[in-house]
Design a protein around this ligand. Structure first.
Ligand code: TMP
Length: 236
């Protein structure tokens, strides 16, 4: 597969065209941002970890019947994925209170919910990714009701799988954000990434944070936390 011109550069990844019109290459960077790009930094080795972890999880999810954009890992930082139009919806699942949920509702972090919650934000940096409900998403033509129903079905299956997988390596899956895309032939697939950038991961015993909150909150040992997740997941 030939890597052609760059199509897009986001905050954490670059996307390149290939000689196949239905396939693009994502190239993961070590750049880290928080608070809609206000805070900037580097997490050394993050691109490699996020690439490998996303691919590992997407391949497992495919086996569970969740369609994903994954095609083939090309190098430590590069992966061929199906070319999709991203649904401009960030889908957030929470199993334990933390982050913006704790802040919005005035509760402490660490409350274990009886059932997972789901919420959507409008993926729009200029507006700061505002929260929205399903009616808003349909009114704004971000997705159809059928697409939203499918996205919710996939999302709860993804949560069930990831939560139990993480538990098996001593990690509580607190919450995460995923994105879906639509392929040229209209299939909805899991896209973007699943990584310590997009999940809150706490050690089940010490409750130590093993995710990007260490960067967001200036807690130190950011690289170590990403490495620790990788070590538990893939022995690397
Ligand atoms: P929140 O508590 O800040 O709303 O974050 C919920 C989850 O979404 C958490 O696992 C981090 C992830 N997330 C992203 O992946 N990208 C973002 O831009 C934000 C704000 C959160």
């Amino acid at each position: 597969m030939e890597k052609l011109q760059q199509l897009y550069e986001g905050k954490a990844k670059k996307v390149f065209a290939t000689d196949d019109p239905n396939v693009v290459i994502v190239d993961y960077k070590d750049d880290a941002t928080a608070f809609n790009g206000l805070k900037k930094g580097t997490i050394v080795g993050k691109g490699v970890i996020n690439n490998k972890m996303s691919n590992f999880m997407m391949q497992k999810l495919e086996k569970e019947g969740i369609p994903t954009h994954f095609v083939e890992q090309l190098s430590d930082r590069e992966t061929a994925v199906k070319k999709v139009t991203i649904l401009p919806l960030e889908v957030i699942v929470r199993n334990i209170s933390a982050g913006s949920f704790a802040k919005h509702y005035g509760v402490k972090e660490g409350i274990v919910f009886d059932e997972p919650t789901i919420e959507f934000s409008y993926k729009n940096d200029d507006l700061g990714d505002p929260l929205l409900n399903e009616y808003h998403a349909v009114a704004l033509k971000l997705a159809t009701w059928d697409e939203i129903a499918l996205v919710k079905e996939y999302t709860f299956k993804i949560n069930a799988f990831l939560k139990s997988y993480m538990k098996s390596i001593g990690i509580d899956l607190v919450d995460f954000k995923i994105e879906f895309g639509k392929t040229a032939d209209g299939q909805i697939v899991l896209a973007d990434e699943i990584s310590p950038d997009t999940c809150r991961l706490w050690d089940e015993n010490t409750h130590e944070k093993l995710d990007k909150d260490r960067f967001r909150r200036d807690m130190g040992n950011v690289e170590d936390a990403y490495q620790e997740v990788m070590r538990r997941l893939m022995g690397e």
